[in-house]
Design a protein around this ligand. Structure first.
Ligand code: KE4
Length: 430
């Protein structure tokens, strides 16, 4: 028994599935999860002393790499002043001002403790601000585990959703319409039928929960136009892409290609907390001012804007805003994806990939998928074998073919080279 196996056996006695979040259990890829003892820079170390080049980055937050000195110093200084007050602090203002400084669409924001809480609150706010109940989400997008958003496409796809989880009453999801991603015709039909009853459209602009699928420019433009036309709020779920694909996040990328593009609300998490429990939702002032204590939409949280978490997030945002950070990160991430794709082609394995900033995806497919159905045509068994072959070579990729990968500012060119070499060996091994 390795130490990882021993810990996994023990953890399963007291924690469901042995993990505090399902994807960590390696159910999709099989095998024993690695119990991490420490992490430094681009590396994580497991209970058996194995070092891994880390492409999980805690599912996105660790964009600077682990144990970044400036972040640790800020957290240690904050901790010494107190862990939690349940009262406002200046640093909460500073963090929201920093977010708003990079995202012009965010005129106001509220801090919460998880992406789920942010998405759930944004949904309630959209419904409260518009007085409407129906919402649109897209197949393959994940917005956290709030009941109304745990919805899979109905049999006919563009139908009102069915719960993806036990315990979610059908009446909670009856107003959640699930559409195919990147399908303009389905979107237009949904607006024709329900436009004036819709509170919001919620979308991952680059769907990291389908590994890495971009909303096409025509599709995103149509989302914006139809929402504006029907008084529907466009909510970008940037929990994963926010401050990960660029300082302007994904909305900044779309605004470069669609002049004047801006969402009405944005959901953020991960990077803005720098690895601590912190997320946010924000957007138009007239909408945000519907929140208690100003307006009728209730939302609250004991640890919202926690002083240690805001110190971690603020130090992270300040570090990634330094000149050249994202250029270097994007270049390294692109080189990684190009190397993986080339390794696939040289081994006669269909492989394609894409990246933006420090977020990437690769698929065991001949061409980039545009929606969930196409992603799931990937060869799952071959992905699982590749995942474990890479893990054995000290490279920790996302343990599921529908998850994105992340590069940090701490990943060196040597780490990228070593990863590509490991992929060449793993793919040759078959
Ligand atoms: P959290 O509640 O896990 O902080 O955030 C939920 C969430 C919301 N929106 C998007 C676009 C997200 O990607 C997430 C969470 N992402 C997953 C990874 N696909 C977190 C990993 C996990 O569930 O353990």
């Amino acid at each position: 028994m390795t130490r990882n196996q021993d810990l996994f056996t023990r953890s399963q006695q007291r924690i469901p599935g042995g993990v505090n979040s399902p994807v960590r259990a390696f159910k999709a890829v099989g095998g024993t999860p690695r119990f991490i003892t420490r992490a430094q820079g681009a590396y994580m170390f497991d209970a058996d002393g194995q070092r891994y080049i880390d492409y999980i980055n805690s599912w996105g937050p660790m964009i600077l790499g682990h144990s970044h000195p400036e972040v640790l110093a800020a957290v240690q200084e904050a901790m010494a002043q107190g862990l939690s007050f349940g009262a406002p602090t200046e640093r909460e203002i500073e963090l929201v001002e920093a977010i708003a400084g990079h995202l012009p669409s965010v005129e106001m924001a509220r801090l919460v403790s998880s992406g789920t809480e942010a998405g759930m609150s944004a949904l309630r706010l959209a419904r409260g601000a518009t007085g409407r109940q129906k919402i649109i989400k897209f197949e393959g997008c994940y917005h956290g585990h709030a009941d109304a958003l745990l919805v899979k496409a109905g049999s006919g796809l563009a139908t009102f959703g069915n719960p993806t989880s036990a315990g979610v009453p059908p009446e909670v999801v009856k107003d959640t319409l699930v559409l195919p991603y990147n399908d303009v015709a389905a979107l237009e039909q949904a607006f024709n039928e329900h436009g004036n009853a819709l509170a919001c459209v919620m979308i991952e602009p680059i769907a990291g929960n389908m590994n890495f699928v971009r909303a096409s420019l025509p599709f995103m433009q149509r989302c914006r136009e139809l929402c504006t036309q029907h008084g529907v709020l466009l909510v970008l779920d940037e929990v994963m892409t926010g401050f990960r694909v660029g300082l302007g996040s994904a909305q900044g990328w779309y605004a470069q290609h669609l002049p004047g593009f801006a969402p009405d609300l944005t959901v953020l998490g991960k990077v803005i907390g720098g690895g601590m429990p912190l997320a946010a939702f924000g957007g138009r002032r007239d909408v945000m001012e519907q929140l208690a204590p100003l307006g009728p939409v209730y939302q609250a949280g004991t640890l919202s804007g926690n002083p240690v978490a805001t110190a971690c997030g603020l130090a992270t945002l300040r570090a990634i805003a330094k000149p050249g950070f994202f250029d270097a990160l994007a270049t390294r991430t692109q080189r990684l994806v190009q190397g993986l794709v080339q390794a696939g082609q040289d081994a006669g394995v269909p492989m394609c990939g894409d990246s933006e900033g420090g977020m990437f995806g690769f698929f065991l497919l001949p061409s980039l998928p545009q929606n969930y159905a196409q992603v799931m045509q990937s060869d799952g068994a071959r992905f699982n074998a590749f995942f474990h072959a890479m893990l054995e070579r000290g490279v920790y990729l996302a343990p599921a073919l529908f998850e994105a990968g992340f590069v940090s500012g701490a990943h060196s060119d040597a780490d990228i080279d070593a990863t590509i070499e490991a992929a060449r060996e793993a793919l040759r091994a078959g």
